[in-house]
Ligand binder design. Structure first.
Ligand SMILES: Cc1cc2nc3c(=O)[nH]c(=O)nc-3n(C[C@H](O)[C@H](O)[C@H](O)COP(=O)(O)OP(=O)(O)OC[C@H]3O[C@@H](n4cnc5c(N)ncnc54)[C@H](O)[C@@H]3O)c2cc1C
Length: 392
């Protein structure tokens, strides 16, 4: 059986009607926990929960082309977006910086979905200037004692593990006093406080660490060398996804909606000249983004990063273009984009949507997606990185 057929057969069987219905009204960055866990389990049983991992660590060892096909087929049918913090971000870090015992313990549990991860990088005073972080870890025997706060911690309320940056030295360059630790979220002294988004979801949290004991054995990399580990992880956060696929499928979906909406006179919006000019310009732009992505991604080996500069380029292209598409979807819907549909969203919606089914998510997605040029490092920060690389 050729690979694409195998993927389609799997999706037909496992992405069943119940999961499809639960996923259709999700507007957040990641699928709701109940949906994400079910889908993760189905993928793990097939050995496909970590498409970019090498065989050595339990991944499928796919080529760049196979990964692309898998992403296209999943995006086309709209499979749940799984939280990326474990498999996409922390997994490669453990592969490179983890000790053998850490690899043996964490990687299989990431693959199976037993461990769900969150990312403790940002603090109230340390976002773009991340290396100024203040959460303190002080050695006490075989443990670090951690005090401080982390903010915007996506999915922390569902995660059972966190990877985090802590300050282990206060002298010298601020980058040189950081360490990379991992901890179970059940460790005594961790408090999770929810932050609700404008679009209505609970995705974000603030965390408080009050004398939390984290074993020294839970450090990845050397003490005070966490900045190196942190930057490597960011390469996967910014450049790890398959950029072109989401944009292409997103555009197809907007055009399908436009084919059902009236242009106000004769014909549908899709036939309207000014709409067609606009979408054509966006599609040309997207093709260039897609090719850039394929060129950059094809260079990376399985389980490896595309590299820091390429990752910044991908992050910029993906976030800006996806915002354009989300905004166009709202424009296409016109008055159907206006009602507050928050109670019609989610795996278990409490109300029927107003208007056609396809009108229920675009406004929430558009609002939610405004954050994509901020999280993972803002666009301005990516421009600064590129300018430095180019010696500007
Ligand atoms: C939805 C969402 C989810 C997130 N999830 C997580 C998570 O799971 N874990 C985590 O650790 N963090 C998370 N973050 C935090 C995210 O990484 C930070 O918001 C981001 O790095 C920006 O930091 P900041 O919010 O402190 O903004 P600031 O750093 O205060 O920036 C404010 C503005 O100033 C600009 N700016 C700052 N410095 C410069 C500069 N040198 N040159 C030019 N412009 C500059 C920025 O581009 C931005 O527009 C999340 C954020 C959001 C919005």
């Amino acid at each position: 059986m050729v690979f694409r057929d195998e993927v389609r057969a799997f999706l037909d069987e496992k992405f069943d009607a119940e999961l499809r219905a639960q996923t259709a009204r999700q507007a957040g960055v990641f699928a709701e926990d109940v949906v994400a866990r079910r889908w993760h389990k189905a993928l793990a049983e097939k050995g496909w929960s970590a498409p970019s991992w090498p065989k050595e660590y339990g991944g499928p060892g796919w080529t760049a082309r196979q990964r692309e096909i898998f992403a296209v087929e999943c995006t086309r049918v709209g499979t749940p977006a799984l939280p990326s913090m474990g498999i996409t971000l922390c997994g490669p870090v453990i592969m490179r910086y983890g000790a053998d015992e850490q690899k043996a313990y964490f990687l299989p549990r990431m693959l199976s979905g037993e461990h769900i991860w969150c990312q403790g990088y940002s603090e109230p005073q340390s976002g773009s200037d991340l290396s100024s972080l203040q959460t303190r870890a002080v050695r006490d025997g075989d443990d670090y004692v951690v005090n401080g706060t982390k903010i915007w911690t996506t999915n922390a309320h569902n995660a059972n593990w966190i990877f985090m940056l802590v300050r282990t030295a206060t002298t010298g360059r601020q980058q040189a006093g950081i360490s990379f630790l991992v901890s179970p979220m059940t460790a005594p002294g961790i408090t999770v406080r929810p932050i609700l988004s404008t679009s209505g979801e609970h995705e974000l949290n603030q965390l408080f660490f009050d004398n939390v004991r984290i074993p020294v054995a839970n450090r990845m990399g050397a003490e005070n060398d966490g900045w190196t580990v942190a930057k490597y992880l960011l390469e996967f956060e910014r450049g790890g996804g398959s950029l072109g696929v989401g944009l292409r499928v997103g555009m197809e979906k907007v055009k399908a909606m436009a084919a059902l909406e009236s242009a106000g006179g004769e014909g549908t919006l899709l036939d309207d000249q000014s709409f067609r000019r606009k979408t054509a310009a966006m599609e040309i732009d997207m093709i260039t983004a897609d090719w850039t992505d394929l060129r950059l991604s094809a260079r990376a080996l399985v389980g490896e990063s595309v590299g820091g500069t390429a990752a910044s380029i991908k992050k910029l292209l993906a976030s800006r273009r996806s915002q354009d598409i989300a905004e166009l979807a709202v424009e296409v819907l016109g008055h159907y984009a206006a009602p507050d549909q928050r109670r019609a969203l989610g795996a278990y919606p409490q109300e029927r949507p107003i208007g056609p089914d396809y009108a229920v998510t675009p406004t929430a997605r558009h609002i939610n997606n405004r954050a994509s040029t901020v999280y993972g490092g803002s666009s301005e920060v990516q421009y600064n990185i590129l300018a430095r690389q180019l010696g500007l």
